[in-house]
Design a protein around this ligand. Structure first.
Ligand code: ADP
Ligand code: ADP
Length: 223
């Protein structure tokens, strides 16, 4: 059976991380989240982190020349050889072109791009209530609260709010999404790869729909 190489696309707060956690339990996929990679680099004070921090704090995108190399390195890594789930990359046409070229060189291809659609008003509500644990597990104060307030269900660590989840930064991130990332919808539509999902449904409903689609893709691929 051939590999599944998937991309999660959608505005900040659409539920990409939430769905990724579930999908990596359903299918053998290496999870590659550029936002997580960058936050870790910032926390560790690495060269990448130092380059990225000012852009992230402002709700801006990290420049293509900074992110493309690190993202593609992960795609090429051994654990991603049998399939991957990209979350947060590509986010610009230049990033998508670099990925496409890399996949061609490796003799691989993207299986599908999973677009999670959520209107802007809902995004602001979601992102402002988002809380994260040390291990990266995502919660929402109203829509997906932990069992004990302010504590992660899995490791008990205190939940925190991301610096860039403040309302004024969220608006900047949304504007950026519409300007430079949303054109990827057309880009992948033109290549016949786009699959749309209604992200306003519950996490479980969204997951059921995506899982069914991915299972069908895998079946079609193995025929
Ligand atoms: P969200 O999950 O809310 O969409 P992410 O965690 O993916 O946000 O990204 C957080 C921040 O990291 C972005 O606002 C941006 O500054 C930076 N970032 C992540 N991925 C990329 C990328 N592919 N290109 C440029 N910047 C990125
Ligand atoms: P992204 O990775 O796209 O930025 P997240 O998965 O981190 O998005 O979700 C953003 C916030 O919205 C989190 O607080 C999460 O708990 C919540 N959330 C995710 N999916 C849904 C959903 N279908 N309905 C309501 N809230 C959701």
């Amino acid at each position: 059976m051939s590999e599944l190489n998937l991309i999660l696309l959608g505005p900040p707060g659409a539920g990409k991380g939430t769905q990724a956690e579930r999908l990596t339990q359903d299918f053998p996929l290496a999870y590659i989240a550029t936002g997580d990679m960058l936050r870790q680099a910032v926390a560790e004070g690495t060269e990448l982190g130092l380059k990225a921090k000012q852009f992230m704090d402002a709700g801006d995108l990290v420049p293509d020349e900074v992110i493309i190399g690190v993202a593609l390195e992960r795609v090429e890594a051994d654990d991603a050889r049998d399939g991957f789930l990209l979350d947060g990359f590509p986010r610009t046409i230049a990033q998508a072109e670099a990925l496409e070229q890399e996949m061609e060189q490796l003799g691989r291809g993207i299986t599908a791009v999973l677009l999670i659609d959520v209107p802007d008003e809902e995004i602001v509500r979601r992102v402002s209530g988002r809380r994260v644990s040390r291990s990266g597990r995502v919660y929402h104060v109203d829509f997906d609260p932990p069992k004990h307030e302010g504590r992660c269900d899995i490791d008990g660590s205190p939940l925190t709010q991301r610096d860039d989840d403040r309302p004024e930064v969220v608006r900047a991130r949304l504007a950026k999404y519409h300007d430079v990332t949303a054109p990827l919808v057309r880009y992948y539509e033109d290549r016949g790869l786009l699959r749309r999902f209604d992200g306003t449904r519950t996490p479980t409903e969204v997951h059921d729909h995506i899982r069914a689609t991915v299972a069908t893709l895998r079946l079609e691929d193995s025929l």
